[in-house]
Design a protein. Structure first.
Length: 278
């Protein structure tokens, strides 16, 4: 196997790559160590909901497609998401995640005492406008009384927000600092004192050398870039031409891997005739 110095490492902040590292079966110890660094709580047991990622998932932006779901210590449900596009609706998105997570597994009128604690962890690759005056990159949110701010209504709700860009300003003193250093710049040497970060780097190197994994990561990356372009300055002719060229490149790769023509049409919005000519 080639070392990381001889390969182009995929970006851990790509939601596909992030899920491939932290939400993949067999990587539970990696995810457990990362979550302990975030929550500062001991996790004895972790179960990952390891749903397979399909090409359709990568070309879709429905809420929760590439998030990670985990059950902690048999009594806490956890949702983890990496987000790189600022849709300016993140507060509503977080609450939507939490509400679905909290009510999962119980129907209306059932025994509400069986509801499990729900934790939502959001990692963003941009700075949130509402948090611009907070220097620290990790914030923890609960429901508190407006005047008696130390009184917490319930411990069943916890929301953690990590602004990855802010973390670049911090020295690697804490375990979470070290994790964010890896996520922000995996090319740098990882702290050998944390075996799970080292293992995460090895997983990243393995998938970076796998042709199919690279294809899937690049497919998702191009989709995200297209979304950024569309939501940027405007959908002008130059942007449209660039997106069409990327769709052609995606279609070529999908054809090479044997994807069905009808599926490529749906994924790229090119016509069947255009695809057959590629």
């Amino acid at each position: 196997m080639k070392g990381s110095g001889f390969i182009e490492l995929l970006n851990p902040k790509s939601d596909y790559v992030f899920k491939r590292i932290f939400g993949h079966s067999g990587n539970e110890e990696i995810t457990k160590n990362f979550l302990q660094a975030i929550t500062n709580e001991k996790i004895e047991k972790i179960e990952l909901n390891c749903n397979p990622i399909t090409e359709k998932n990568l070309l879709d932006d429905k809420v929760g497609i590439l998030d990670i779901k985990a059950k902690l210590n048999d009594n806490t449900n956890c949702n983890i998401e990496m987000q790189v596009i600022d849709r300016r609706n993140i507060e509503k998105r977080i609450l939507f995640y939490w509400s679905k997570l909290y009510t999962s597994g119980i129907n209306e009128g059932k025994d509400y005492t069986k509801l499990k604690k729900a934790i939502v962890i959001l990692i963003v690759d941009y700075n949130l406008e509402k948090l611009k005056d907070i220097e620290k990159y990790l914030t923890k949110w609960k429901i508190i009384e407006e005047e008696n701010r130390k009184i917490i209504l319930t411990n069943d709700l916890e929301i953690f927000i990590i602004e990855a860009r802010k973390a670049k300003k911090h020295n690697c003193k804490t375990e979470l600092d070290k994790w964010l250093k890896f996520i922000n710049n995996p090319k740098e040497n990882v702290d050998m004192g944390n075996k799970e970060i080292k293992k995460a780097k090895e997983v990243l190197e393995e998938i970076s050398q796998d042709e199919n994994e690279r294809y899937l990561a690049e497919l998702r990356e191009k989709y995200i870039m297209d979304q950024k372009a569309i939501e940027g300055a405007g959908y002008d002719k130059g942007v449209k031409a660039g997106i069409e060229q990327k769709q052609i490149e995606i279609a070529k790769k999908m054809k090479k891997l044997g994807s069905d023509i009808d599926f490529i049409v749906k994924a790229t919005e090119l016509t069947a005739e255009e695809i057959k000519k590629l």
